[in-house]
Ligand binder design. Structure first.
Ligand SMILES: Cc1cc2nc3c(=O)[nH]c(=O)nc-3n(C[C@H](O)[C@H](O)[C@H](O)COP(=O)(O)OP(=O)(O)OC[C@H]3O[C@@H](n4cnc5c(N)ncnc54)[C@H](O)[C@@H]3O)c2cc1C
Length: 380
């Protein structure tokens, strides 16, 4: 790791401990959007973490970026979503955009002047993206977009998304008629409603209504129609590695809290950490953290090498998100009644962890992706 990367990791860790940890519990419970924290994250350059330096970003590798995300998520997982959904949009423009789009948008994404995420999911479909109904009809030198999106991270307070649409609703197979647009909020494009959630609070998740929203043609990512699904699926590889890194962060936080508590809490004359039943839990929790981290590192290395990494990203996402869920549950059991208290962080891990099982492709779908890749790589 370069010295620059180590300095960034230290700065993130200091920032999370000093400025975020003291306020995270209350802001999360009240579902307050962390506006000041977001401004500081902009100043630290985190909105350009994986954007190349020539376009104003920090130019971090996925390997270093996942370490940033683990550190953020070990303190407050929601903040990692504010950065990551945004960076999936940025990574898609960086990889598939025209040179004009890169020069025009990447510096504004890196500074956080334009901030947002990816708008794929609709009221009637999430996993089956080829069933989307939002259309972009050619009109003069652009498109007129109509439809609805839901469950979009950063939709309420952000101002720009990579928007998945059908430019040819009659295409068969459907993905040949799907395109991705860089869509800035404006007339006909509003986020009227923030959604109430179990966890992942503080970060905004909202619905979009698109009514005769006009997009210039030069916002079509890559300048060619029919490539949108392929472009966003490549972007989701980074998203999955990121969700896996979030899983490591939450699983580690749950382990650290449980380790500490188990040595302080006594029953029957000794710390509960001395009871074998608790030791078995701690051992499994620690093993999950280490195994998840190794899978994340392997997936990030594959991503950095430019190889296709669906298999590695899928395995990391599947295992690390399940590890976060299992560790949160075990930390709650170890804490007894205090695990159920709003005065500790355990109940937050317990509410945050399921998102990682669902988001960026459910874990059912990850298993299917892993199996398909295995069959393709190892034909009989
Ligand atoms: C807090 C939050 C934030 C989110 N942020 C975003 C965002 O920023 N942008 C965005 O576009 N979306 C976002 N999403 C949506 C998320 O990506 C979807 O919820 C997810 O892709 C699953 O889609 P669905 O909810 O429609 O479930 P469905 O697709 O309806 O699936 C329902 C169930 O069926 C299973 N299933 C579906 N198909 C198959 C199959 N072929 N084989 C086996 N099982 C199957 C699924 O695994 C799941 O268990 C967010 C969701 C949440 C909760």
């Amino acid at each position: 790791m370069e010295e620059k990367d180590s300095l960034i990791l230290e700065a993130v860790e200091r920032f999370m401990e000093k400025e975020v940890r003291p306020v995270a519990r209350a802001m999360e419970q009240q579902d307050v959007y962390p506006a000041e924290i977001v401004e500081k994250m902009k100043a630290m350059g985190l909105f350009g973490a994986i954007i190349a330096e020539e376009y104003g970003g920090l130019g971090l590798s996925a390997s270093t970026y996942t370490k940033v995300i683990e550190r953020i998520s070990a303190v407050w997982m929601s903040l990692s979503g504010i950065v990551n959904s945004h960076l999936i949009m940025a990574a898609t423009v960086q990889r598939d955009g025209t040179e004009e789009q890169k020069q025009r948008f990447l510096p504004r994404f890196a500074s956080g002047e334009l901030r947002g995420g990816i708008a794929l999911t609709e009221p009637d479909c999430g996993t089956d993206l080829q069933a989307i109904r939002t259309t972009a009809r050619p009109d003069g030198d652009g498109y007129v977009v109509n439809g609805a999106k839901t469950w979009i991270t950063n939709a309420y307070y952000g101002n720009c998304v990579a928007l998945l649409v059908k430019t040819d609703p009659n295409a068969r197979p459907a993905h040949k008629g799907m395109s991705l647009l860089i869509a800035e909020k404006g007339p006909g494009f509003a986020a009227p409603r923030k959604l109430e959630k179990l966890g992942y609070r503080g970060v905004d998740t909202a619905e979009f209504a698109l009514e005769n929203y006009r997009v210039p043609r030069d916002r079509l990512i890559g300048g060619v129609e029919g490539k949108g699904l392929q472009q966003i699926l490549s972007g989701l590889a980074l998203g999955r590695i990121n969700v896996a890194a979030r899983g490591v962060g939450v699983a580690r936080a749950a382990l650290q809290d449980a380790l500490r508590y188990a040595q302080l809490r006594k029953t029957f004359g000794q710390p509960i950490a001395q009871h074998q039943a608790i030791q078995l839990k701690l051992a499994d929790m620690a093993t999950r953290v280490e195994a998840s981290r190794l899978l994340v590192e392997a997936a990030a290395r594959a991503y950095d090498s430019g190889e296709r990494c669906d298999l590695e990203a899928g395995m990391a996402k599947l295992f690390a998100s399940e590890a976060a869920l299992a560790n949160a549950t075990e930390a709650m059991r170890i804490h007894g009644a205090y695990g159920y208290s709003k005065e500790l962080d355990i109940e937050r891990y317990y509410r945050d962890a399921p998102l990682m099982v669902i988001g960026e492709g459910t874990n059912e779908m990850q298993r299917i992706i892993i199996a398909r890749q295995l069959l393709a790589r190892f034909p009989a």
